[in-house]
Design a protein around this ligand. Structure first.
Ligand code: SF4
Length: 231
């Protein structure tokens, strides 16, 4: 497990909490719009933080911070993840895991062992469009569906979210996602934001009005749909 990024304080990554975010290097997806491309493509070249220094910091900040967000890359790939989360739990933090949903076995085990308090899972697109959005020829939709189903069962607090990219998503995606995650507790449409770190440059965002029209469509089947990241 390689910790390659550490944000000491955020109000954004763990909604409702003052949190620190830990970024683990490496990912099994190649989403063209990914804005953490160096973590995904060149994990060996990234800086490394030791678990000890992170745990020491979190111990010192107990009472000031109240949550830890584990992000990436794809954190569920890290073999030492559960041991590390166990140590963070021992300090007394609530933990949110950001995941692409490709490792339902890991998600289930972390929930079973009470090592995560919230899971934010990406819904990259409607199932037919997963190839384009993940950059994989054969995305493992069975695993993705298993993760979705597990979260929909309400075993743990969760949210689904989609980074919406004008060149990659159409209304069809949201029509189908509305059926797929029907009744979900919360679903966020995140406007794409360009950055120098993006894996494949050249994408843009829908307007607020266009995102609102997707939201209206989704509200037919999902009680809470919100838009993030656009004025
Ligand atoms: S967006 Fe997430 S799942 Fe996709 S390549 Fe980047 S880190 Fe991996």
């Amino acid at each position: 497990m390689k910790i390659s990024g550490f944000n000491k304080t955020t109000l954004l990554d763990y909604p409702g909490k003052v949190a620190a975010t830990i970024f683990l290097a490496g990912c099994n997806f190649r989403c063209p719009f990914c804005h953490n491309s160096s973590l995904v493509l060149h994990p060996a070249m990234q800086p490394e933080f030791s678990q000890e220094e992170i745990l020491k910091f979190l111990t010192k900040r107990r009472g000031i911070l109240d949550g830890v967000c584990i992000s990436g890359g794809e954190p569920a790939l890290a073999p030492e993840l559960s041991d590390f989360l166990c140590k963070i739990k021992d300090i007394g933090y609530e933990i949110k895991l950001d995941t692409n949903g490709s490792r339902p076995d890991v998600i289930k085990s972390l929930v079973k062992n009470k090592l995560v308090d919230k899971i934010a899972m990406d819904i990259k697109a409607c199932p037919d469009n997963y190839r384009a959005l993940t950059g994989l020829k054969h995305p493992d939709m069975e695993s993705i569906r298993e993760s979705v189903d597990f979260l929909l069962e309400g075993n743990v607090d969760y949210e689904f979210r989609t980074t919406v990219v004008k060149e990659l998503h159409t209304e069809k995606d949201f029509r189908e996602i509305g059926g797929w995650i029907k009744g979900a507790k919360a679903y966020y449409l995140q406007a794409y934001r360009d950055s120098e770190e993006v894996l494949q440059p050249g994408f843009s965002s829908y307007t607020r009005e266009e995102l609102e029209s997707f939201r209206t469509l989704l509200l037919q089947t999902i009680p809470l749909v919100e838009i993030r990241g656009i004025d």
